[in-house]
Design a protein around this ligand. Structure first.
Ligand code: SAM
Length: 282
C-alpha cells in the first residue's frame, strides 16, 4: 500500500493491463514521491480546481489530490485507464472527475470553477499545441492561474529562453509576454516507464494579469513569425514584406535594421508591433 492507501502504480498497471502504448505517447511516472513533488511545483492547490490532461494510471493525479486540490478534472484519451482512475475517485469522494476523450477536442470550462490551475505530463506534441492554445485565448487574462507542464528538455528550454541563445524564438516570446515562465525540475529518461530517448523538464508558468508590454497579439505574432522564419537574415530583409517603410519602423522601435531576430528582446518586438500597427492605420 502507498501513502494514500491505494496500490503502488506498478500494481495498478499490472492489475488493469495498462501496458504503455507508443502511439499515445505513454511514458508513465511510477514514483509517487516524484509525482507529489511535481504536484507541489503547481503551487498551493487548496481551494483550487486543477485541470489535468493525460492522467494515465494516475500517478500525478494522486499527487495533486494528496496535495489538497479541491477538485481535479482529468481528461484521458485512453479508455483502458478509466478503471484505475475510478479507484482514485472512490478514494477521494467528490474530488476527481474523469472525462474520456481527446484534450484537443474537449472544452473543459463547463466542469471547472475558478481559481484554476493546470498540470500535466503529456505527450510532447500535444503539450506544445495545448500550451500555445492556453497562451492565446480570445481575451486576457485566461481562465487559468498557472500551468505546470512536463516537456522534452529542449522544448522547456525554448519556453524560458532569453535573447542571444539558439533556443530563443517565437515560443519564448509568446510565453514570456503573457506569463512568468521557469524550469522547476529536470528529469532523466529513467524517471519514466518506459524510458523515453530524451531528457524532460517541468515548466511552471504563472499568468500575468496583463501582457508584459502592450501590443496587438495578431501583429506581434506576425512580426515574430516573419523575424524568426528567417532568423539568419537581417531584420530589414526578414520583415520587408510587412511594411514598405520597415527600416524606419525598426529604427523608431530602437531596433537596428541590421540586427537579427535572435538579438532582439520582447520589449523591442512589442514596440515594433505597436509602430507597425500605427503605421498601417495611419
Ligand atoms: N500523467 C501520467 C503519468 O505521469 O504517468 C501519464 C503520462 S503519459 C506521458 C501521457 C498520457 O496522456 C497518457 O496517459 C495518454 O494516454 C494521454 N494522452 C495522449 N494524448 C492525449 C490527448 N490528446 N488527450 C488526452 N490524453 C492524452
Amino acid at each position: 500500500m502507498s501513502i494514500d492507501g491505494l496500490p503502488p502504480l506498478r500494481e495498478v498497471i499490472a492489475n488493469h493491463d495498462l501496458r504503455a502504448k507508443k502511439q499515445l505517447g505513454q511514458n508513465f511516472l511510477l514514483d509517487l514521491n516524484l509525482t507529489a513533488k511535481i504536484a507541489r511545483q503547481a503551487g498551493d492547490l487548496t481551494g483550487c480546481d486543477v485541470l489535468e490532461i493525460g492522467p494515465g494510471p494516475g500517478g500525478l493525479t494522486r499527487g495533486l489530490l494528496a496535495e489538497g486540490a479541491r477538485h481535479v478534472l482529468a481528461i484521458e484519451k485512453d479508455a483502458r485507464a478509466l478503471p484505475a482512475l475510478a479507484e482514485i475517485a472512490a478514494r477521494y469522494p467528490g474530488r476527481l472527475t474523469v472525462i474520456n476523450g481527446d484534450a484537443l477536442q474537449i472544452d473543459p470550462l463547463a466542469h471547472l470553477t475558478p481559481p484554476i490551475r493546470i498540470a500535466a505530463n503529456l505527450p510532447y506534441n500535444v503539450g506544445t499545441e495545448l500550451l500555445i492554445r492556453w497562451l492565446t485565448p480570445a481575451a486576457w487574462p485566461p481562465f487559468w492561474q498557472s500551468l505546470t507542464l512536463m516537456f522534452q528538455k529542449e522544448v522547456a528550454e525554448r519556453i524560458v529562453a532569453k535573447p542571444g541563445s539558439k533556443a530563443y524564438g517565437r515560443l519564448a516570446l509568446l510565453a514570456q509576454w503573457r506569463a512568468e515562465a521557469r524550469i522547476v525540475m529536470s528529469l532523466p529518461p529513467e524517471a519514466f516507464v518506459p524510458a523515453p530517448k530524451v531528457h524532460s523538464a517541468v515548466v511552471h508558468l504563472t499568468a500575468l494579469p496583463e501582457p508584459r508590454y502592450p501590443a496587438d497579439p495578431a501583429v506581434l505574432s506576425q512580426v515574430t513569425g516573419a523575424a524568426f522564419n528567417q532568423r539568419r537574415k537581417m531584420l530589414r530583409a526578414a520583415l520587408k514584406g510587412l511594411h514598405p517603410q520597415i527600416e524606419a519602423l525598426l529604427e523608431a522601435a530602437a531596433i537596428p535594421p541590421t540586427a537579427r531576430a535572435e538579438e532582439i528582446d520582447l520589449e523591442r518586438f512589442c514596440a515594433l508591433a505597436r509602430k507597425l500597427a500605427t503605421a498601417r492605420t495611419g
